[in-house]
Design a protein around this ligand. Structure first.
Ligand SMILES: Nc1nc2c(ncn2[C@@H]2O[C@H](COP(=O)(O)OP(=O)(O)OP(=O)(O)O)[C@@H](O)[C@H]2O)c(=O)[nH]1
Ligand SMILES: [Mg+2]
Length: 338
């Protein structure tokens, strides 16, 4: 039995609705990967299973996008460290504005990791597309005399991109289709075994609510330009028909980071409901929303993480009402950057 070179799944020619389908078993890529490569479309979303099992004494790189640092604070990944050497890679730092102070970012990450008892050996910031950062990572690996090296982390964090750069693999697919890698891929670098693994599933990310054709442009892929705003009492910021942030009490300064395709506008709180469900404003529109209230007690920067598509920095003593599509992953943490 052979495996798809793009996603690693076993190829099969029995069921077109299951992962790994090919018309003929001598094809190198499954039909989904072939379509994604050549037509840029993806109709299916398979969730890979749980964490792979790791060989003893492995070095595990947990790859996280700067977009969803909040997920590390709650994830089961934070308990891995007892048996393995765990190093956090904070990837996609090129998405942050050039003016971002990376030293402060690292300090904040280390501090919040400590507070939330995330155990880690190191934190590495990188842009997987930057050859210099890949060289730095190679040196880091070189310094450690460890045979088995794994890349794990949430879907779309850049594991396969890094794996390909280290192992010279040309066939594995690294694109912003969530849950692309379906089975571990193995390669070598300087006598080490390098394993790329399927992305861990985080509920409430965009692929749960939108088709690939709708969400691919909403996932930031280049430097995000900050959108500054000020919200007074009873005003609300509506973000792409997915989320609204209303100020119930107080006043805030806000900075929105997201893809250039992300639509947003300020309105009155009492208009939020009708606007969120207005098909002339947003497509698609959603029928079910949930609401949370946050009280910002201190006049400092907080971060509202908008699933995998954006970050809203808010500052100002206030009470906020957040309405969002039911099930979307929305969290409030202290600010990681800026
Ligand atoms: N801007 C930017 N994009 C990146 C970076 N690393 C990866 N990407 C892009 O992010 C998307 C996802 O990358 P992958 O390497 O496929 O992510 P993955 O973690 O293997 O995803 P799964 O296999 O679904 O778990 C692709 O479009 C990559 O080109 C980075 O450092 N900066
Ligand atoms: Mg992958």
């Amino acid at each position: 039995m052979s495996n798809c070179l793009g996603c690693g799944i076993e190829l099969q020619n029995l069921d077109i609705n299951q992962a790994g389908y090919v018309k003929s078993l001598d094809q190198p890529f499954c039909q989904s990967c072939f379509r994604l490569m050549h037509y840029g479309d993806a109709k299916t979303h398979y969730h890979p299973s749980e964490l792979p099992t790791f060989n003893k004494d492995a070095l595990i790189f947990v790859v996280t996008s700067v977009l969803y640092l909040d997920t590390i604070l709650t994830s089961s990944i934070k308990r891995l460290n007892d048996d393995y050497k765990v190093v956090f890679i904070i990837n996609q730092i090129d998405l942050l504005p050039k003016s971002t102070n990376l030293n402060i970012l690292v300090q904040n990450i280390r501090r919040q990791f400590k507070e939330h008892r995330v155990s880690f050996e190191d934190v590495i910031l990188m842009n997987a597309h930057n050859p210099y950062d890949i060289e730095q990572l190679k040196s880091y690996i070189f310094e450690h005399d460890i045979l088995d090296i794994y890349f794990i982390g949430l879907q779309n964090s850049g594991k396969t991109t890094i794996f390909k750069a280290l192992t010279q693999n040309k066939d594995a697919l690294a694109m912003n289709k969530a849950a692309l890698t379906l089975k571990p891929l193995k390669g070598t670098f300087e006598n080490r075994n390098i394993y790329d693994t399927p992305g861990l599933y985080q509920s409430g990310f965009l692929h749960e609510f939108l088709d690939y054709s709708q969400y691919k442009d909403l996932l930031p892929s280049k430097e995000m330009k900050p959108k500054n705003g000020r919200l007074k009492e009873n005003e609300a910021l509506i973000i792409h028909g997915l989320v609204s942030v209303s100020v119930v009490k107080g006043e805030i300064l806000s900075v929105l980071y997201g893809s250039e395709h992300l639509k947003y506008h300020i309105t009155q709180d009492n208009k939020v409901k009708t606007q969120l469900t207005n098909p002339k404003l947003f497509n698609p529109i959603f029928s079910e929303f949930e609401t949370v209230y946050y009280t910002l007690k201190e006049d400092k920067k907080y971060q509202i993480t908008l699933a995998d598509f954006g970050i809203l920095i808010v500052k100002g003593v206030s009470t906020l009402k957040i309405e969002f599509v039911k099930g979307l992953h929305i969290t409030l943490t202290e600010g990681f950057f800026r």
